[in-house]
Design a protein around this ligand. Structure first.
Ligand code: ADP
Ligand code: MG
Length: 256
């Protein structure tokens, strides 16, 4: 397996009111194609910052980020914008959807923005609808954004993140605003996407969510304090429960 993401000695410092806040401190991380990695850790430890710098959304203070073999810490801004649009998918808790567009139009927006995409509007629309069907929300395709539930909106975000067939998805607390059932459903969808080959890196506070991943990182004070590899996921309820229990034990050892 090739590495989809290589992070080398990543440092990120924010300066607020002349105070230097060293948020990420020489962080190193490799993620292979097809992995599903959960990032956990205390609030303020740098999880979101890691996701933002790894995905080129925030610039870095020092170090390197290699995505799909290319050093994205050193590419021109428009080149980075294209990589982010064509090769990465984003699911954030603040679900940035345009209010004056329908759910479907929001879902297909990144495809119409892509210079790489050679599909016609008709083909893009068909694929958007197909994704919405897969995620069980095709009936809200023509709704306004404010006419749908939180769980439906989060699924729409997943559809949108997938529309350009990304190599990797970055998700910041994708289930944070959802109830237990919606959270479980959204995670099952993310697992399917991952099984079809898309790497996923997600930040979560939820042991149940992390237990569905293949690897869990525990971040403390801007660095990876520990990591935990999970066995292949099964659908067996008893095994899932056992997985959550062992992960929980490890998290407690980490200081969770
Ligand atoms: P986590 O996601 O683990 O809760 P964050 O990565 O959001 O943590 O934040 C880590 C630290 O970086 C916090 O001290 C936070 O205040 C600071 N920080 C995050 N984003 C910014 C920003 N845009 N400007 C200044 N400081 C920031
Ligand atoms: Mg955060």
């Amino acid at each position: 397996m090739e590495n989809i993401l290589e992070i080398k000695d990543l440092c990120k410092t924010y300066i607020v009111n002349k105070n230097q806040n060293n948020v990420l401190k020489n962080l190193n991380l490799l993620i292979q194609e097809g992995e599903m990695v959960a990032v956990m850790g205390p609030s303020g430890s740098g999880k979101s910052t890691l996701l933002y710098t790894a995905s080129g959304m925030e610039n870095l203070t020092a170090g390197e980020v290699i995505f799909g073999g290319r050093d994205i810490s050193n590419v021109k801004p428009n080149e980075l914008a294209d990589i982010r649009l064509d090769e990465m998918g984003f699911i954030f808790q603040q679900m940035y959807m345009l209010k004056n567009l329908t759910v479907l139009d929001n879902v297909i927006l990144p495809a119409s923005q892509s210079k790489k995409s050679k599909e016609s509007r008709k083909e893009i629309t068909a694929r958007g609808l197909d994704l919405m069907r897969k995620l069980g929300i095709v009936e809200i395709a023509n709704n306004d954004i404010n006419e749908v539930s939180g769980g439906q909106l989060q699924r729409a975000c997943i559809c949108r993140s997938l529309i350009n067939r990304p190599k990797m998805i970055f998700a910041d607390e994708p289930t944070g605003a959802l109830n237990r059932n919606s959270s479980e459903e959204v995670m099952n969808e993310l697992r399917k996407i991952n099984e079809e080959g898309t790497a996923i890196m997600l930040v979560t506070h939820d042991v149940r969510v992390a237990a569905k991943c293949s690897r869990v990182l525990y971040i403390v004070d801007g660095n990876i304090k520990g990591e935990y590899n999970l066995d292949n996921y099964t659908d067996n309820a008893k095994e899932i429960r056992q997985r959550e229990i062992t992960l929980n034990k490890w998290l407690i050892d980490m200081g969770w």
